[in-house]
Design a protein around this ligand. Structure first.
Ligand code: B12
Length: 227
């Protein structure tokens, strides 16, 4: 099978909601030397299409769950093969999590992986994490960044809650707070006073690099990195 066929196989296995086939397709792509990032992009297109079909009422929750599992299993294989291409020393510590009410973790996990292969020390606090818990971990770990993922319009306000709590507790200048996830726009990031926004795992790395290089103290006027 050539590269295009392997990528099509991966795409179709997610669209057909088949976790085992998705894992096998991901492994086959890696074995054939396909670039992991390219395969992740193809898989992301498939899961975005699943989201659209779910929203349009063309598929229902069980299929959404199976497709999510297919995506997750293929990501577990592909993300192990992401490389930074450069020897790095630890740049800074990042505490990352999906905010309260949100259990979507595929994108967050990708962001965490990309940051860690690019030299960041990443502490993943998981999903559905209450605002104060994220802050407690960031304080305890002396992190430089708090990265907040939200995939639903209903969970986005918790990103703002983290920022508000940081301000109220006098800790706002301790962390760069960056936000992302499907419905989170750069406008929204600016409105809630985040330091940065990115629309992909690759942009998250650029964003953190840029904020670090700025040598400014948070809060800063938001930096946006779009891929
Ligand atoms: C897979 C999926 C699921 C899986 C999740 C599996 C998992 N372990 O994550 C399951 C089946 C569990 C699920 C459940 C639900 N889901 Co769902 N789900 C999706 C789907 C199809 C894909 C999400 C995904 O993984 N995308 C792929 C990744 C790679 O992309 P990403 O997450 O956007 O992340 C990238 C960028 O955004 C960015 N990024 C992400 N985070 C961050 C953070 C920072 C700091 C930065 C800089 C960048 C960044 O980088 C990532 C990598 O490039 C989306 C549709 C969509 N278009 O998003 C719906 C979607 C998010 N789900 C939706 C809904 C409604 C639900 C449910 C409520 C369904 C239900 N009735 O139960 C539940 C909610 C559960 C909960 N409380 O969280 C809606 C949300 C609508 C809304 N209100 O906004 C969506 C949009 C579908 C739709 N169109 O209706 N879901």
């Amino acid at each position: 099978m050539d590269k295009q066929e392997l990528l099509t196989q991966l795409y179709d296995s997610i669209l057909d909601t088949e976790p085992e086939a998705a894992a096998a397709a991901a492994q086959a792509a890696i074995d054939a030397g396909v670039d992991a990032m390219e395969a992740i992009e193809v898989a992301s297109e498939a899961i975005a299409e699943i989201g659209d079909m779910f929203e349009a009422g063309e598929i229902f929750l069980p299929s959404l769950m199976l497709a999510g599992e297919a995506m997750k299993q293929s990501m577990a294989i592909l993300s192990r093969h992401l490389h930074s291409g450069q020897a790095t020393q630890t740049k800074a510590k990042v505490v990352i999590g999906a905010v309260s009410g949100d259990i979507h973790d595929i994108g967050k996990n990708l962001v965490a992986t990309m940051l860690s292969v690019h030299g960041y020390d990443v502490i993943d606090v998981g999903v559905n994490v209450p605002p104060m818990e994220v802050i407690d971990v960031a304080l305890r770990e002396k992190a430089r960044f708090i990265a907040l993922s939200a995939l639903m319009t209903t969970s986005m306000p918790y990103q703002q809650d983290v920022l508000n709590l940081l301000t109220e507790t006098g800790a706002r200048n301790r962390f760069f707070v960056i936000v992302g996830g499907g419905p989170v726009t750069s406008d929204y990031a600016r409105r809630i006073g985040a330091d940065g926004w990115g629309n992909s795992a690759v942009s998250a790395v650029r964003l953190c690099d840029r904020l670090l290089q700025s040598q400014e103290t948070p809060p800063v006027s938001a930096t946006f990195v779009q891929e």
